[in-house]
Design a protein. Structure first.
Lengths: 113, 269
């Protein structure tokens, strides 16, 4: 019955977009327990390097909404948490090892200084 | 270390909320809806130790912990948003008791209620301007070159010039393009923003944070509060602007509809 609740934004936005909004310091509503959220700028940089799309997030095991009863009918067996985590770590290592490669067009560096 | 707290997702009108299907940010605990007069708070219980203290703070930098939780936070608010206006809380808004939450609600009842009225039938859209420098510069360069080669060389076919002169001319055009780029960007983005504001009842410039995917950079980051009735026109305008400027290395990315995160009143004092 809850077909209106389909999380279209989540399905079309990158995780970085979600985090930027959900963690944004501009959102001011104080609970009475203070928690320290990481600096969004640092976090955002980090995220952009690692994740560009929801597809990537899915690969990282963040596809919980696909199996969520409220958000779809394509029910799927849950991965055991440990297996999911090791997949995430594996993927992160893989992505990190890819990241330092300099794209060819940046090789033309200025020689001054 | 099993002290619990209430995690707040959002406020809504107490009337139209049905049974919610989602879960708390941990993916397990059920959602609770507590009504306070005409307002409803969507909550779940969490362990304080998961959010507060040195261990928790260190873990919050870990994307594999934070990512799924942030998405669940967003998903719950999106679910509630489907039934009426919401005032979204940021990730990790914790209350030690329902009484302290009620104190906040009583204190800010007017502001919350007014906000829910203001965002009824409206949704937030994000628009990011993304520059591809490698594409934008040659384009500007050719405009700079035709614009004024200087030194009486304007009518000379560049290929007839000595290599050294040609090289220097090229360098000069590149320098002129690099100088002209920020100005061109600023003027172009300002024009698009002005256009889009015509559809929106709220507009906020976010600080453009970081580099996008390789080779591109985010040069503008806007949030618009858009009435649902003009959603199609608004989105169409963004896509058109993006298509028109793509050849010049500037595109616009659209995300949404978001809960109205950027248009909230301050409830801290």
């Amino acid at each position: 019955m809850n077909t209106r609740g389909v999380p279209h934004t989540l399905q079309t936005s990158s995780l970085a977009d979600v985090l930027e909004r959900v963690l944004d310091k501009g959102i001011i509503l104080a609970g009475d327990i203070k928690i320290n959220l990481v600096d969004i700028e640092l976090l955002s940089l980090q995220i952009r390097l690692v994740i560009c799309s929801v597809d990537k997030a899915r690969e990282m095991g963040m596809d919980w909404w696909v199996s969520h009863p409220a958000f779809g009918n394509r029910g799927r067996a849950e991965l055991p948490a440990a297996a999911a985590l090791s997949r995430i770590e594996e993927r992160l290592t893989q992505l990190e090892s890819m990241q330092p490669k300099v794209p060819p067009e940046i090789k033309e560096v200025s020689v001054c200084g | 270390m099993s002290e619990t707290a209430f995690y707040l997702f959002c406020f809504a009108r107490s009337g139209p909320l049905p049974e919610l299907g989602g879960t708390g940010v941990d993916g397990q605990s059920p959602l609770l809806v507590r009504t306070f007069a005409d307002l409803a708070a969507v909550l779940s219980t969490v362990y304080v130790a998961d959010f507060s203290g040195p261990v928790a703070e260190a873990r919050m930098k870990d994307l594999s912990w934070l990512g799924p939780r942030a998405c669940r936070h967003e998903a719950v608010i999106e679910e509630v948003m489907a039934y009426g206006p919401v005032l979204p809380a940021r990730f990790g808004t914790l209350f030690s008791s329902l009484e302290s939450l009620e104190t906040l609600l009583v204190k800010h009842h007017r502001a919350i209620s007014q906000f829910l009225d203001d965002v009824t039938g409206r949704e937030e859209w994000g628009v990011k301007g993304v520059l591809n420098r490698a594409k934008a510069l040659p384009e500007l360069e050719s405009r700079c070159q035709t614009g004024g080669a200087g030194l009486g060389e304007a009518n000379i076919d560049p290929s007839s010039l000595p290599r050294g002169t040609r090289y220097l001319q090229g360098r000069r055009a590149r320098a002129a393009a690099e100088k002209a780029l920020p100005q061109w960007l600023q003027a172009t983005c300002a024009g698009i923003a002005e256009d889009l504001r015509g559809y929106a009842s709220g507009f906020i410039v976010r600080k453009a944070l970081a580099k996008g995917a390789s080779g591109s950079e985010v040069v503008s980051d806007w949030a618009f509060l858009v009435p649902r009735g003009v959603r199609v026109d608004f989105c169409g305008r963004v896509k058109r602007a993006s298509a028109e400027l793509a050849d010049q290395g500037l595109t616009f990315e659209l995300t949404g509809p978001w809960p109205p995160y950027h248009f909230m009143p301050s409830l801290t004092s």
